[in-house]
Ligand binder design. Structure first.
Ligand code: SF4
Length: 378
């Protein structure tokens, strides 16, 4: 049988109390009451519909993302987690992550997460500066973040991530680095440290926003990166840093081109079939449509020509070298399939090749988009 990579499950919760000004995720501002239990029942049906695609394989990680997953009441979340347990086999050391918004977290929610088996918490802090939080349209304040982390620690949910952004409107180098100091002082096992980008169809994209210039951004990155290193965090992906052995297994599975089922509004799935074909599933984005039972928007097999680009766009996010054998078993393609393209990448100085590995050069990191374009095969 064909090599089947680890299998994860992504669950999308599509609502937020208020849409943040920079957000281009599939999240819908709550304007009227929503029946969460109805949505949970649809999620379980969506999962049952996909079940035939996974040949009874074990689930290695689960990620409940959004949107704002901690909007879902405890009873509904209990039905979701226990419903999934009845459908899927969990691996022994399964990682189960939930994203939470500090503005709406309390004791009951966190003690429930601990009891139901959630073992990784990802906290959307973004900044510890009240003015910047306001300018991003976030609903929480710095005290909410600290209170949430106190609760996370109280319930010994020790594997927790803090999401932090830099390059915010009018943010100085000092402010950005102060945000990192505050983050590190809370001792998270993992820090996702992203640069703010203005995406189309967001509130910010319709405004004149004053973002820090390239020189300031570079200085923030260099100072911040060295601060994180000194504090014992290892960068393993463009924006992700962790203490040793606390990498996010779920995201690593995406970046290693692993498999995942995606359930809920707009969720994507990638599932390798026993014959070696790779199926892509895309669910309907809008809750109205999804909650009418219309889950699947599209499904198709990823063509051989598309696989190298899809593989490298994920894999080159990681700092570790790409094992040449890993390319073959992850994509099911022989190296010859991309040899000519790889030779150009090496010739242009984007990649160093050894007998075993391909390693991105400094130039490759800097011109990543140009490098990736080399693997677009017609
Ligand atoms: S809380 Fe997250 S998902 Fe919701 S609007 Fe803000 S950034 Fe988007």
């Amino acid at each position: 049988m064909y090599y089947l990579p680890p299998l994860s499950l992504y669950i999308h919760i599509p609502w937020c109390i208020k849409k943040c000004y920079y957000c281009d995720f599939n999240s819908h501002e709550l304007t009227k009451q929503v029946s969460y239990i109805d949505y949970i029942n649809h999620l379980l049906l969506d999962l049952k519909n996909d079940f035939y695609l996974i040949s009874n394989r074990e689930i290695y990680t689960i990620f409940i993302g959004g949107g704002t997953p901690n909007l879902i009441d405890i009873n509904s979340m209990d039905i979701l987690i226990n419903g999934i347990r009845k459908i899927l086999n969990f691996s022994e050391n399964i990682e189960i992550t939930i994203e939470i918004n500090p503005g709406i977290t309390n004791d009951n929610i966190l003690s429930f997460y601990k009891n139901v088996g959630i073992n990784r918490i990802s906290i959307g802090a973004q900044s510890f500066n009240i003015n910047h939080l306001k300018s991003l349209g976030r609903i929480h304040n710095p005290k909410d973040i600290k209170n949430t982390i106190e609760l996370v620690k109280k319930f010994e949910l020790n594997n927790f991530n803090i999401d932090l952004m830099y390059g915010l409107p009018n943010q100085s180098i000092k402010e950005a680095i102060n945000d990192l100091y505050q983050t590190i002082s809370l001792n998270p096992s993992h820090i996702s440290w992203y640069q703010l980008t203005i995406e189309p169809n967001t509130f910010f994209s319709s405004q004149c926003i004053d973002l820090p210039n390239e020189k300031i951004l570079l200085s923030i990155f260099q100072k911040g990166h060295s601060l994180l290193r000194k504090a014992g965090y290892q960068q393993y992906e463009i924006s992700n840093y962790s203490k040793p052995n606390y990498f996010c297994k779920h995201n690593l599975n995406y970046w290693y081109f692993g498999d995942y089922i995606g359930i809920g509004c707009g969720a994507h799935g990638k599932i390798t079939q026993p014959d070696g074909q790779t199926l892509r599933t895309i669910k309907n984005r809008h809750p109205k449509k999804f909650m009418k039972g219309l889950y699947l928007s599209r499904k198709y097999f990823i063509s051989e020509n598309d696989k190298p680009f899809e593989y490298f766009i994920n894999r080159f996010r990681l700092t570790s070298a790409v094992c040449r054998k890993e390319f073959e078993f992850s994509t099911g393609l022989k190296e010859n399939f991309i040899r000519a393209h790889m030779d150009i990448a090496i010739e242009k100085g984007y990649i160093f090749e050894t007998k075993e590995n391909w390693q991105l050069s400094k130039k490759g990191k800097l011109f990543l988009n140009d490098l990736l374009e080399l693997f677009i095969i017609d």
